[in-house]
Every structure is written in structure tokens, then in C-alpha cells.
Design a protein around this ligand. Structure first.
Ligand code: NAD
Ligand code: 44H
Length: 537
């Protein structure tokens, strides 16, 4: 069977093999979307195909929505060229449930895929047309946390951003410049309203997107490239809104065992690709069943009926609490801790790590003992129940092919939110003692040890991609496994960098403990295991 529109004509074969198929008329939905687009998504990666696209399919299947999704990719064009287009934008979603069963769905809700490249007149022209459409309600984003940054690790403006600030909206080179030029197109089209919705895992994600978009508007106005009215448009929440969101669905990279299983169903051409920009893509995505998407209800051009397929619209305050609960305490810090120690201990599966009593205890202490006391109950989800589900069901799910190496990607970008917020909350609360945090510092020390790129057996490993690797690895370059370093003062400026940890670890009173753990972790082969045993055994 072929994953294409033509291949789907063999409906009975797909159904006999256990696939749920789109239950709507794809050509008709495509036509309506061409004429009156409602939802464009930037960042055509795995989570989008596993989550947002499947929600759109759920709504289309029930006739609740009548237009489809448009996927736009402005960073890694290979995703569109090598995965979307050869398969007519179709994807297979494999839902891996904790009881070992799975669901196989052909997702057909993405009806158009476009490359966001200002030198490509046809595709850029189509995106401009989409942004001029009065029907467009939402542009959403999953472009990773670093995707919103205007500066590099040293705080210097990225070259493409600096050039776009000077040159204006005509032919931007940077991702964000291209997005803002499309918003400018909409402004020039009667200043039509729109919601720009970040769905990335970063705290107050809407504010991050707003900061980037408004910086462009300001610079362009300052340089006389657009009128000040554009700045006012961006700042008027009845024209352009930047809702905050919390998104949750563990979506590992495409897994070879899942591919093999699909191949048994006689589906052709399932080979994955690692693009030159390091995205892991395949014609299929694999993900857990559990999913949450909580969105601030701020949609100046009306909102899509996502709430009819399980998405929650709520207030900004509630999103904030839910997001803090997940990103700062109940899920992502546990993931990052397992990522760091998993890479050091040679694991390639998160579920396997949870069978190690020390690692299990590590996440339990970080979650229940260190994190939970500072979590504010968001009301719509209970933090204790949420963390119970994460620790007992989701992370140990033996059928989920999630890897510490995936989660270790961009750790430098994640530490401040995933751990720093908890430290700050302890510092601000007179009833809590920051010195009682013992395992979060162990994770920080673990990351320093990870940066040495030598595992606990003394074997070299390749650290996962991270925009700050070249900046932070030199801090540990002089340390050797077995060296039992005494003088760790070369780490001081890193430990005091609040951009990395969320706080200055010296001011927080945690730097010495981090150094002490780091010294222990460097003691020789097996020292990582021994340090965990000593701290948690
Ligand atoms: N995978 C998950 O389990 C999961 C769950 C919840 C939220 N998320 C959020 O979604 C994001 C993407 O996850 P994914 O699973 O789709 O990852 P992915 O690797 O499959 O795709 C990454 C996407 O981000 C884009 N991107 C990467 N670097 C970029 C940059 N510097 N500028 C602009 N775009 C860039 C890529 O082109 C691609 O579209 C995560 O970073 C996270 O914030 C992921
Ligand atoms: O997606 P990232 O890179 O921010 O973080 C890696 C994982 O922790 C993350 O993808 C989780 O799987 C996700 O947050 C679960 O909802």
C-alpha cells in the first residue's frame, strides 16, 4: 500500500490492516481551504503531525470544521520536500498505548504544505495570500524554544535578524522576519485581526512570540520601513493576540520498530530521514495517547472549535498555572533529568531508565519532594494526579520508543525554566529552605559531567544538538574522568550565569553543592552510578 491520495483509494486494504482513515472528502476540504483558510501552522515537525493535525482530523471527521490545516516550514525545508510532498501531505499516526495496544490512523487534515522562503515567489506569494484572507483565525507555532530567539548565546543579534531589521519586510531571511512580514501583509490588508499562537514548551510562550514580533515591528518603524500604525496593530490585542498555551503529548522521534510494524502491513516507502538540519522525520509519527492542549481564550478573529475535540480554552492565569505545573515541575524537569543521566549511563530508552531504582527515585524526589511544594494547583488538572500519571504510567510506558538523546536536545535552553523556576520559588518563600534542594543540584552537576561527552564507562558519546554547546563545553574541557578535580573555580562564571540556570547559583547558595557533586561524578568509571547511589540510595 502507498501512503498517497492514490494509495488511499485502496480503502478496504487499509481498513483491513486496521487503519482509521480520514472520513471527509479531502479534495473538497482542500478546495475550501484554498479559498478560505482558517489555520496555518509554522513548524512541520513531529508533534504537529501527531497532535494538532489529528485534532483537525477529529473535527473534520465530525463535520465540525470544514477547512484543513496548512503546514508552513521556514527552517528545515527538507521536511516538506522529503516527507510531506511525496506523500501528498498524508501521515500515519501510530498511538502507542500503555497497555501495549496501538491505534493506526492515516491523518489527512493537512491539505497544503508550504516552504516559507522569501526567495520562492510562488510559495511565499501563497502564504501572503493566506495572510490576506479574512477567514484566517490562527497561525500556530511549534518551532522549538530557540526558534523565538533574536540573539545568539552571547546575546548578540543573529546576523539574519540584524540584516532583516535593516532591510524591512520585502525579502526577509530570518524565520521570524519572514513570519512578521506575513503579519505585515495582513496589516496592509485592512489590518485584519489574527491570533499568533505559540505551542512550544516554553514558559509564557505567547510572550516570547510577542517579544520577537514586536521587536521587528519596532525596528522596522524606527528605520522608516513601515508606519507606526503597524506597531500599534501588533500591540492592540483586539487586532493581534498572542495567547499563552500549554501543550503536552510525548512524541518521540520516528522509531525503527514502529516502521517495521508498519512494513508488515505492506506499506511502502517508510524510510525515515535525518535532515541536514537534524530533524528526525518519517512518513509516520509515533506518540503516546495522553494529550493536553490548554489555550488562553484570546482570538480576535474568532476561535476554531478545538474544544470539541478535547482542547481546553481558558484564562491566561489558568494556562500559566497549568504550564508551570507541567514544564517547571511535573513532567519536563523529570524528562530532562532522565535525559542527562540516561546519556551518561548509556541508556537509549526512557522507559528502561525507569526500571533503574535510582533513576526512578531521582525523578520521584525531583517531582514530589522538591517540585510539588511550590506548584500552584491550576484547578483544571490536579498536580499530584498529573505527576502520578507521568511517573507511573507515561514515562515508564514500555511501548514508547522515547530516548534520552532526543530529550537532551537543547538542554541549555531548558534548564532555567525546568529547574530555575522551582529554585526561585524556594528563594521567595520564607517557609521553604533552598538548601533542602538536593537533587536538582545533582542534575545540574550531571549536565556539567554530560558536557564532558564521556559516559560512565569512559566511552565517548556525541552530545545532542544544543545551540550553546560550543559556549559551554570549554568550561569542562580541562577535566578528565578519574582526575578528582580539586580546583573547580573555572566553573564559577558558568555557575553564576542566570541565563543558564534561571538563577545565579552562587547567590542561590547552590553552587558549592553542584561543584561537590561534579567532583564526585568525575571520580572515575562508575562514578555516576556511585554518586546517584550516595545521593539517593
Ligand atoms: N515532541 C514532543 O514530545 C513535544 C511535546 C510537547 C511540545 N513540544 C514542542 O514542540 C517543539 C517541536 O517538537 P517536535 O517534536 O515537532 O520536534 P521536531 O524535531 O520533529 O521538529 C522541530 C520543528 O522545529 C523547527 N525548528 C527547529 N529549530 C528551529 C529554529 N532554530 N528556528 C525555527 N524553527 C526551528 C523544525 O524545522 C521543525 O519544524 C518542541 O521543541 C517543544 O517545544 C514537543
Ligand atoms: O520538546 P522539548 O525539546 O522542549 O523537550 C523534550 C521533551 O521533554 C518534551 O518533548 C516532552 O516529550 C513533551 O514536553 C511532553 O509533552
Amino acid at each position: 500500500m502507498e501512503l498517497t491520495q492514490k494509495g488511499l483509494l485502496q480503502k478496504e486494504s487499509w481498513q483491513a490492516a486496521g487503519y482509521d482513515l480520514p472520513q471527509f472528502d479531502i479534495p473538497a476540504v482542500t478546495q475550501r481551504t484554498l479559498e478560505a483558510p482558517e489555520w496555518v501552522h509554522f513548524g512541520a515537525g513531529n508533534i504537529f503531525r501527531a497532535f494538532q493535525a489529528n485534532v483537525a482530523q477529529c473535527l473534520l471527521n465530525q463535520g465540525i470544521m470544514s477547512t484543513g490545516l496548512i503546514a508552513a516550514e521556514g527552517y528545515d525545508y527538507e521536511i516538506i520536500e522529503k516527507m510531506y510532498r511525496p506523500h501528498d501531505n498524508l501521515g500515519i499516526l501510530v498511538t502507542l498505548k500503555a497497555d501495549g495496544t496501538m491505534e493506526k490512523t492515516v491523518v489527512g487534515s493537512i491539505v497544503e504544505s508550504l516552504i516559507l522562503d522569501s526567495t520562492n515567489a510562488r510559495e511565499y506569494g501563497r502564504l501572503k495570500e493566506i495572510f490576506r484572507a479574512s477567514s484566517l483565525k490562527m497561525a500556530s507555532f511549534t518551532i522549538t524554544e530557540k526558534g523565538y530567539s533574536l540573539v545568539n548565546g552571547k546575546g548578540e543579534l543573529l546576523p539574519d535578524i540584524a540584516s532583516d531589521f535593516k532591510e524591512g519586510p520585502a525579502a526577509p531571511k530570518s524565520y521570524l522576519g519572514k513570519v512578521v512580514s506575513l503579519v505585515y501583509e495582513r496589516f496592509c490588508s485592512n489590518a485584519l485581526p489574527i491570533a499568533l499562537v505559540s505551542m512550544d514548551n516554553c514558559s509564557h510562550n505567547g510572550d516570547k512570540l510577542y517579544a520577537a514580533v514586536s521587536a521587528f515591528a519596532e525596528k522596522w518603524a524606527e528605520n522608516g520601513l513601515v508606519s507606526r500604525d503597524f506597531v500599534s496593530y501588533i500591540n492592540d490585542k483586539d487586532s493581534v493576540s498572542f495567547p499563552w498555551t500549554m501543550i503536552d503529548k510525548i512524541t518521540p522521534r520516528p522509531d525503527p520498530a514502529v516502521k517495521a510494524m508498519l512494513e508488515k502491513d505492506s506499506i511502502a516507502d517508510l524510510d525515515p530521514v535525518i535532515t541536514t538540519k537534524n530533524t528526525y522525520v518519517a512518513p509516520f509519527v509515533n506518540a503516546e495517547e495522553c494529550q493536553y492542549l490548554i489555550i488562553e481564550d484570546a482570538f480576535p478573529n474568532g476561535k476554531l472549535p478545538l474544544d470539541q475535540c478535547g482542547i481546553i480554552y481558558t484564562t491566561r492565569e489558568t494556562v500559566d498555572k497549568v504550564e508551570k505545573m507541567k514544564v517547571c515541575t511535573c513532567l519536563n524537569p523529570l524528562h530532562t533529568s532522565l535525559a542527562i543521566y540516561g546519556c551518561l549511563l548509556g541508556y537509549t530508552l526512557i522507559a528502561e531508565e525507569m526500571k533503574n531504582p535510582l533513576l526512578k527515585k531521582m525523578v520521584e524526589v525531583i517531582g514530589y519532594q522538591e517540585g510539588l511544594p511550590v506548584v500552584v494547583n491550576p484547578g483544571i488538572l490536579d498536580p499530584k494526579q498529573f505527576i502520578d500519571e507521568v511517573v507511573n504510567k507515561r514515562i515508564p510506558n514500555p511501548f514508547m520508543p522515547d530516548t534520552p538523546q532526543r530529550i537532551a536536545t537543547d538542554t541549555s535552553q531548558k534548564l532555567p525554566i525546568r529547574f530555575g523556576e522551582t529554585i526561585k520559588a524556594y528563594l521567595q518563600n520564607p517557609d521553604l529552605k533552598v538548601e533542602s534542594l538536593k537533587i536538582i543540584p545533582l542534575v545540574f552537576a550531571g549536565w556539567l559531567r554530560y558536557l564532558m561527552a564521556v559516559d560512565d564507562q569512559g566511552n565517548a558519546f556525541a552530545p545532542s544538538a544544543d545551540p550553546l554547546l560550543d559556549t559551554v563545553r570549554p568550561f569542562v574541557a580541562d577535566f578528565r574522568l578519574g582526575g578528582l578535580p580539586q580546583d573547580l573555580s573555572s566553573l564559577d562564571s558558568l555557575l553564576s550565569d542566570s541565563k543558564i540556570w534561571g538563577v545565579d547559583l552562587f547567590e542561590a547558595g547552590l553552587a558549592d553543592l553542584v561543584k561537590d557533586y561534579f567532583r564526585q561524578l568525575c571520580a572515575g568509571t562508575g562514578a555516576v552510578e556511585r554518586t546517584l547511589e550516595k545521593a539517593l540510595g
